[in-house]
Design a protein around this ligand. Structure first.
Ligand SMILES: *Cc1c(COP(=O)(O)O)cnc(C)c1O
Length: 369
């Protein structure tokens, strides 16, 4: 019998019956976008859930990155990581900023603060780190460097929904943090995203910028963009938010099963939970040491695929390897040994809320020989 396909992720869908009631209300209100009732409701619900002072909703997770750079008037060069989804670096490119890649810390996959200072030039204006897989960056060390050199910090927190360190949201670090609510993420609004900021003044400015720069009926304060979340997706988000804790717990259970089954497999490693951190289990990356495991990463990936277990090589290739960026000096392989090693050995295993024991078991069996 043909095995069903186990995908790497599956969207968290809100209760349809409840969503329908919200839709009926939107039809009654006849207000479908532009900071409507549900948009405001979702912003306050998220600020509370995420333990952040101010948040502004966006249509996706890429536009808040682009807008944050605009809002902080970032120019010149920005230090970032090659080990991420391409949108991180694309946001710099769309602002005419030169990305400068710095290698990662192999213990987390995040930018290595110890290597940041050597990459700073007179043109450096900001640092754009990523909490990859939702694992918190070394925010204290990064802040110290930023303070020393007068740099801004924008965290791409697309993976870090709900992640806390010692009971405090990771999203309050740096000058701004951005989130993605894409279908594949821990919390989704189908497409969607947000920016987290520290003060009301900044929120106001961001709200103008995501609406063409309009500050009133006839006043435009800056060349803004259109990135407003509509009422349907705001309502969808409100319903979905109710089950996100349950979803994270379900993901945690999957992680526990993977770890228990794989910890004795020679040549396979993975991350453990970090002390004091509330993780969101957004991904479950494993790393293949070909020599010890007796099979390369790509061979294991292909074997899994042949058995309908679809892992994903996140993040391979590195962003620095794409045609747009590979000509940059900082994209040299020798500059990024740890990032290359991780990109060449990673497979993200299927991970989502509601992944059945049976499917987890099947995933594990493709790896254990
Ligand atoms: C998903 C993601 C984005 C982009 O978010 P979209 O909502 O798809 O635009 C940006 N950065 C990282 C690290 C991501 O994983």
């Amino acid at each position: 019998m043909e095995n069903n396909i186990i995908t790497v992720t599956s969207p968290l869908l809100p209760d349809l019956g409840e969503f329908e009631k919200y839709l009926e209300d939107i039809w009654d209100r006849k207000w479908i976008t532009n900071n409507g009732y549900y948009h405001k409701q979702l912003e306050s619900a998220l600020a509370e859930y995420l333990k952040v002072p101010y948040i502004s909703l966006f249509t996706n997770g890429t536009l808040p990155l682009i807008t944050a750079l605009q809002a902080l008037r970032i120019t010149g060069e920005v230090i970032t990581t090659p080990y991420s989804f391409v949108a991180t670096t694309h946001a710099l490119w769309w602002n005419g900023i030169k990305p400068v890649f710095v290698d990662i810390d192999p213990a987390t996959g995040n930018i290595d603060p110890e290597k940041i200072e050597a990459a700073i030039t007179p043109k450096t204006t900001a640092i754009m780190p990523v909490h990859v897989y939702g694992k918190p960056c070394k925010t204290k060390e990064i802040q110290e460097i930023a303070d020393k050199y007068g740099l801004k910090i924008i965290y791409d927190a697309a993976h870090a929904f709900g992640v806390e360190v010692d009971g405090k949201s990771i999203l309050n670090e740096g000058d701004m943090s951005t989130l993605s609510f894409h279908a594949t993420k821990v919390f989704n609004t189908i497409e969607g995203g947000a920016m987290v900021m520290h003060d009301e003044k900044t929120k106001k400015r961001i709200d103008y910028l995501k609406n063409f720069g309009f500050a009133g009926e006839t006043e435009v304060i800056a060349p803004g963009i259109n990135s407003k979340m509509d009422e349907m997706r705001s309502a969808y988000g409100l319903v979905n938010l109710k089950q996100v804790d349950k979803a994270i717990e379900s993901r945690r259970q999957v992680a526990i099963k993977y770890r228990a089954a794989l910890h004795n497999v020679e040549g396979i490693t993975f991350f453990d939970d970090m002390p004091g951190v509330r993780h969101n289990y957004s991904y479950f990356p494993i790393f293949v040491d070909a020599e010890k495991y007796g099979m390369t990463r790509d061979e294991l990936y292909a074997k899994m695929k042949s058995q309908n277990v679809l892992g994903r090589r996140y993040f391979y290739p590195l962003i620095s390897e794409f045609t747009t960026y590979r000509g940059l000096e900082s994209a040299n392989r020798e500059n990024l040994p740890n990032a290359h090693k991780m990109a060449d050995s990673v497979i993200c295993l299927p991970m989502y809320a509601g992944l059945t024991d049976e499917d987890v078991e099947r995933g594990i069996k493709t790896i254990i020989k």
